[in-house]
Design a protein around this ligand. Structure first.
Ligand SMILES: Nc1ncnc2c1ncn2[C@@H]1O[C@H](COP(=O)(O)OP(=O)(O)OP(=O)(O)O)[C@@H](O)[C@H]1O
Ligand SMILES: [Mg+2]
Length: 307
């Protein structure tokens, strides 16, 4: 079986980040209202560069809205968001696009262009660093192609480079989405339920990849997760939300049964939430199953990819 994340190409991605812990990302009293509904209610957070943060909470707690405000897919109704001294919540035009490039986003439904090949999908991550004309023509340089292939190799799916993205399995598509995010050369990666549509094995592959990116490049990762055990296993810091508010912020070891109860509340019969109810059983030890998940469509000559 070949190694999960190849190390030979990591130099493409390393050393573009500020030092771990050096840059503070700051939210101050950030709220978002939809009509009468307060989706996010006065959230204040400091996140040092390079942290791996999991955001958990019941459906409707405000997790997606919080992430969307960070990369400005949604605007706060009030409060401020700063990154390295810049007020993100005020950015407009080119500066806003630059910020959105700096914080790549990964979605539950992958958001690839299904009728484009995988390699082009990955290179689209570079689009907003280019002139409009080059972007419109989708002209990519040899270096960009090599970098895209390196990202695919790193995620173990280079053999799919010329396949249409829509023909890939969900797990493969999410890995392509991570490659596209890497091509953005981001400072921060936001992931909104990145494993919610995946089986446990592919969920593990995707979470391992996010952890690897966090550890090797020092990219801050903030990921919404439905499952507590995944947050505990992968995140050094867990933020628990309930009804738009942060009700827990600490290490996995601080997440006691009463903290879990405060985040998830009780069921209609008044019983506390059993942690197994939010489990993905992500701990997979079977190497044969792991090999099957990294299945290959047969090696494709890279020359076909224009290299
Ligand atoms: N565009 C919108 N218009 C109106 N209400 C919205 C909008 N987006 C979110 N909401 C509401 O804001 C609240 C928080 O939604 P959000 O999607 O952030 O929750 P979530 O924690 O991500 O939930 P889930 O776990 O189901 O994804 C919900 O009550 C939701 O209905
Ligand atoms: Mg959500």
């Amino acid at each position: 079986m070949r190694p999960f994340l190849s190390t030979g190409t990591a130099e493409f991605f390393v050393a573009r980040q500020p030092r771990k812990g050096s840059t503070m990302f700051e939210l101050r009293n950030v709220s978002r209202r939809f009509g009468n509904k307060l989706a996010v209610d006065s959230v204040t957070l400091d996140i040092p560069q390079g942290q791996m943060v999991g955001v958990i909470g019941r459906s409707g707690a405000g997790k997606s809205t919080l992430l969307r405000m960070i990369n400005r897919l949604a605007d706060p109704s009030s409060g401020t968001i700063h990154f390295a001294g810049t007020e993100v919540s005020k950015l407009k035009g080119r500066a806003l696009r630059s910020w959105q490039r700096d914080c790549a986003m990964i979605f539950q439904q992958f958001n690839l262009v299904p009728r484009l090949d995988v390699l082009t999908n990955v290179m689209l991550g570079r689009l907003n660093q280019r002139s409009t004309v080059l972007s419109l023509l989708s002209v990519f340089s040899r270096e960009e192609r090599i970098e895209a292939i390196a990202a695919l190799e790193r995620l173990g799916i280079e053999q799919t480079a010329l396949q249409m993205a829509g023909t890939l399995s969900g797990g493969q598509q999410q890995r392509v989405a991570i490659c596209r995010a890497l091509m953005q050369q981001p400072k921060m990666m936001l992931a909104d339920e990145p494993i919610a549509s995946l089986d446990p094995l592919n969920a593990k592959i995707v979470m391992d990849a996010l952890r690897d990116i966090n550890e090797r490049e020092g990219i801050t990762v903030i990921t919404n997760l439905h499952t507590l055990d995944t947050a505990r296993n992968y995140c050094e810091r867990i933020i628990g939300m309930a009804a738009g508010k942060v009700v827990f912020d600490g290490k996995p070891s601080d997440l006691t049964a009463s903290a879990v109860k405060e985040i998830y509340g009780t069921d209609k019969d008044g019983a506390g939430i059993d942690e197994s109810m939010t489990s993905t059983s992500i701990n997979i030890a079977d190497p044969a199953a792991q090999a099957a998940a990294t299945e290959s469509a047969g090696p494709q000559p890279l020359a076909l990819a224009g290299l």
